[in-house]
Ligand binder design. Structure first.
Ligand code: ZN
Ligand code: ZN
Ligand code: ZN
Length: 476
């Protein structure tokens, strides 16, 4: 799991550089840090090897409050306390903002969160060996379901105590578990939903009522009065005359509630612009980056419990991660995909229909090639790759066609009312659609082998038909 992370400290003066350097060196991270120093002018030329940049904004009057655009993961250090600086820094790509004077207690968690949320860190933990050792620890831990618990110190407000027990310092448990679920080692169960700031992905958001007209937070709740005879509606204050309630419109004195007047609902009155509204609007203010937005502009984040799958138990038992199971990758994502039992049941029905009514049908097996290679080289992209491939593949099908995961690398398709020639047309169409998925080429140029068998009366059983298709697929 040990990885070296490159940290570049930009623009720091001598003393600050020393503070940062000793702070970093004294921290005991799971990872080692290689610390270097750069001038502000050299910042844009920093290599892609930089895992974390600590940008120290100058303290001269002229440099104050200027925020450059950050390309690297950046912790922004500033002496500028203006309210706008936070949001500007986040908008320009900063991951964290720290105000001078620097405190170790603030610096270290910031560094930890930036590094441990990096792709590099996650990938280091996704090799077969580390996944296997993690699964073994989960199995040994005696809690095969990993439950989330609330924690105010975590970016999403949740953490997994059972995972922390195993990994010690792995701070990005959720992304890690998510990646393992994508690879078929865990199933997910929805436990909670949090709303995160769209800008900085923090869950520390303040919900507050504001005036819909001027956005002031200075609004007060009051009582409304509705005078029946003249229909006037106003705040109770405007009816008040000494001990009586008198309608400001028709000047009649109000007598009995429910008979000549009612108090319908509460209202809210803005102390700034005097607007009266039945409901204030809710506005959100991120307490981390300062972004102000509407509730629907936040990012919804689901929090799951994770349970080990058969695939995971099998890996623990055998001590190795065997191949890829298309089923675990696909079944959660596609509603037009059936299980094998149902598929075989459908095959049986089609065979009977063929024998009785001479209705043609075709069985297609489609094997996704190089899947093992992709699993080795791009484990975190495999689920995405397979799902995109399946989407393209199923686009060429109709409602009445049936698809299933046949085995670990193969899909089964039944084309109803389609003979061999018709099926070949479909296969060609699928083949073309797959070749158009150029965005997959970075990972692997998609390759799918097909076998096509038309069911007919000469096939005694479904097994005969399947055997034929399998033999055909093996021949290529
Ligand atoms: Zn207002
Ligand atoms: Zn009135
Ligand atoms: Zn924010």
């Amino acid at each position: 799991m040990k990885k070296v992370f490159n940290v570049v400290i930009v623009g720091a003066r001598e003393e600050e550089y020393r503070i940062l350097e000793t702070g970093l060196e004294s921290a005991r991270f799971e990872t080692s840090l290689s610390i270097s120093r750069a001038e502000v002018s050299a910042m844009q030329r920093l290599s892609g090897q930089t895992d974390l940049m600590i940008y120290c904004q100058g303290e001269e009057e002229s440099e104050q409050c200027h925020v450059p655009v950050f390309v690297n993961k950046t912790i922004f250090v500033t002496s500028c306390y203006g309210r706008g600086i936070l949001l500007e820094a986040f908008k320009k790509g900063a991951a964290y903002v720290l105000f001078r004077p620097l405190f170790r207690a603030e610096l270290l968690p910031a560094i930890r969160n930036v590094l441990f949320f990096s792709k590099k860190y996650r990938e280091a933990n996704l090799t077969d060996a580390s996944v296997l050792s993690f699964l073994r620890d989960v199995a040994d831990g005696g809690a095969p379901v990993l439950e989330p618990l609330p924690s105010p110190f975590k970016p999403t407000g949740h953490f997994y105590p059972d995972v922390l027990k195993i990994t010690g310092e792995l701070e990005n448990e959720e992304a890690y578990l998510e990646a393992l679920a994508e690879r078929g080692f865990f199933t997910k169960q929805l436990k909670n939903r949090v709303r995160l700031c769209e800008m900085c992905e923090s869950y520390q958001i303040n919900y507050r009522e504001v005036c819909p007209a001027c956005s002031s937070i200075d609004i007060v709740k009051g009582q409304m009065v509705h005078h029946f005879p003249c229909g006037h509606v106003d705040s109770i204050e405007s009816f008040r005359q000494g001990a009586d309630l008198v309608c400001p419109k028709c000047e009649e004195t109000l007598r009995h509630i429910g008979i000549d007047y009612e108090k319908p609902t509460d209202y809210f009155k803005c102390a700034q612009c005097q607007t009266i509204v039945p409901e204030p609007v809710v506005e959100l203010e991120c307490l981390v980056c300062g972004l102000v937005c509407r509730p629907d502009e936040t990012v919804e984040k689901n929090i799951y419990a994770y349970e080990m799958t058969q695939h995971a138990w099998e890996a623990v038992r055998s001590g190795q991660i065997k191949g890829v199971d298309l089923g675990t990758l696909l079944y959660d994502h596609h509603t037009n995909l059936y299980n094998k039992q149902f598929f075989e049941h459908e095959l049986k029905r089609e065979l009977i229909r063929t024998k009785r009514y001479h209705a043609p049908f075709t069985l297609i097996l489609a094997r996704i090639e190089k899947i093992e290679e992709i699993r080795k080289n791009h484990p975190d992209r495999l689920a995405w790759y397979v799902n995109n491939l399946f989407k393209a593949l199923s686009q060429g099908l109709r409602e009445l066609d049936t698809t299933c995961v046949w085995d670990a690398q193969t899909l089964g398709l039944i084309l109803a009312e389609t003979d061999f020639d018709g099926a070949v047309v479909v296969v060609n169409r699928i083949h073309e659609a797959i070749q158009k998925l150029e965005y997959l080429f970075d990972i692997c140029r998609p390759e799918v082998s097909f076998s096509v068998v038309q069911g007919d009366a000469s096939h005694q059983t479904v097994d005969d038909l399947i055997a034929l298709a399998m033999a055909d697929l093996a021949d290529g």
